[in-house]
Each structure stands twice: as C-alpha cells, then as structure tokens.
Design a protein around this ligand. Structure first.
Ligand SMILES: Nc1nc2c(c(=O)[nH]1)N[C@H]1C(S)=C(S)[C@@H](COP(=O)(O)O)O[C@H]1N2
Ligand SMILES: [Mo]
Length: 256
C-alpha cells in the first residue's frame, strides 16, 4: 500500500515522463521540418543554400574586422598605470649605452644600404601615449603607460618598409638590439597596428636603461617578448626574421 506522498511522487514522475517524451517528439518533428526547410532554401549553382552562404560571408566579415586594426588592445585611465614598472629581461642591454651617440639603423633589403636616424627625427613625429596591460608570457602582467610615435607613422613619414617603386610592403619587420643579442620578427600588419609604438617614454619620463633607453618597441597586441628594448637596428624582409624566443620554442606570433 503506497502512502500519500509516494502516490503523489509517482504521479509527478508520470507527468514528467509524459512531458519529456512530448518534448522529445516535438524536437524531432521540429528538426525534420527544419531540415526540409533548409533543403528547399534557394541555392545558387546547387551548392550551399544562399542563406547559409550569407551567414558564412557575414562571419568572414566579422573576422576581417576582428583581426584588422580595429582589434585594439584595451586601454586604461592614467591613474591605473604602475608607478615603478618591473624590469624583465636584460638580454642585449649589458653594454653601457651612450644615448647621445645612439642612432637607429634601418636597412633597405633591396640595396643592403643603411639609413641612420637620430632620436630627434623620431620625436619630430606626433607623440602618442598608451596605457595598457603589458603581459609577459611567464604569467605576470601590469598596466603601464608608454609614450612614443607610431611605428606606422615613422615608416610612412620616412618612406621605409615598401618595395622600391611600389606600394607593396615587405611582409616582416626585424628588430635587434645594437649588439644583436636580442632580436624579434613582426608581421607587417602587427608592425603597422595603430597601437604599435617606437617608444621613448615611460610614465612621461625618458626610458631608463633597463626599460630600453633610448628607444624600445611597444606592441600591446603581442606578449612582452616582442616588445624589444633598446632598438639598434630595423630591417624588412619577406621571410620571417630570426626571433629570440621563437628559437627557444615559443610561437612566432605570440598574439594576445
Ligand atoms: N633587449 C631586450 N628586450 C626585451 C627583453 C630582453 O631580455 N632584452 N625581454 C622581453 C620580455 S620577455 C619582456 S616581458 C619585456 C619586459 O619589459 P620591461 O622590462 O620593460 O618590463 O621586455 C622584452 N624585451
Ligand atoms: Mo616576458
């Protein structure tokens, strides 16, 4: 003999079973009609229905936007920036540097000729400031405030990085410390990204030695490893330039 509670719960189970079975049927029937509808959608050249194509093209457009320059790293208010940003990595910074004698060497791959730039020629371009979350691949991050000029502005202004007599960019930019001990390669899209800076200031003061004086790369869409300190040399190529941490097994791109 079942007591009241047991009967009540039996009833509830039967009701539940009925509803879940009905739900299962409905889903099945819905799926069948949905498939019929999909199959009869208008098609061009008997391929995927046009609607599907439209959705796929829309996705492609979303991707284009997402992976284009509209893909900006998040920025922060100035008061969030670290007062004394940590220092990490001293490769290529061991020799003393005389900032007054420093020059940036830019190599033209077609002629193998170098052009030398003074810091003042770089500072002459419009100054930008960015406050972003600097991320090291080793697992730490901190919000930092760097100032400098857009690498894109520098390349455009001094007409660097394009193949002679064309509008075609080389596919990569290579950067190295003056002693060649630390080096990175960047795809041209990332190099031309509007947040990528040739930076000479941290917290509105000239860079300290260990933060890369007198000029470093700031590339917020990449991990720290690509943010080369103390740039000595820049060159262009269609094949990936050597990259210090890639040689140690990290991804070449290290895009965030
Ligand atoms: N010349 C040079 N640049 C370098 C490195 C280095 O060892 N040498 N280390 C990289 C790494 S791994 C990180 S996380 C950042 C750290 O920058 P910071 O010292 O200004 O915080 O610099 C990058 N640029
Ligand atoms: Mo790093």
């Amino acid at each position: 003999m079942k007591n009241e509670t047991e009967e009540w719960s039996d009833k509830k189970i039967r009701r539940r079973t009925f509803f879940s079975f009905a739900g299962f049927l409905l889903a099945g029937v819905g799926g069948w009609f949905g498939w019929k509808w999909f199959k009869n959608l208008p098609r061009t050249n008997n391929r995927l229905p046009d609607l599907t194509r439209d959705v796929l093209s829309a996705n492609e457009k979303v991707n284009d936007v997402f992976f284009s320059h509209k893909n900006l790293a998040k920025t922060y208010p100035k008061d969030r920036a670290a007062r004394t940003p940590r220092i990490n990595g001293k490769i290529g910074l061991k020799e003393a540097i005389n900032t007054a004698n420093w020059q940036l060497e830019v190599v033209n791959p077609a002629t193998n000729e170098s052009t030398f730039f003074q810091l003042e020629q770089i500072k002459a371009l419009p100054k930008q400031e960015i406050i972003f979350d600097f991320k090291c691949i080793e697992g730490w991050d901190q919000i930092v405030n760097y100032g400098g000029v857009k690498l894109a502005d520098f390349l455009h202004h001094y007409q660097l990085g394009k193949k002679t007599g064309t509008q075609e960019w080389y596919k990569y930019v290579g950067l190295e410390t003056p002693d060649g001990q630390y080096y990175v390669g960047l795809d041209i899209e990332s190099a031309l990204h509007p947040q990528t800076l040739l930076s000479f200031e941290l917290n509105n003061a000239p860079l300290s030695n260990l933060h890369g004086a007198p000029l470093r790369l700031i590339i917020p869409v990449k991990y720290g490893v690509k943010n080369l300190k103390r740039i000595g040399k820049m060159f262009f190529s269609d094949t990936p330039p050597r990259d210090f941490w890639h040689q140690q097994g990290y991804d070449y791109d290290v895009t965030l």
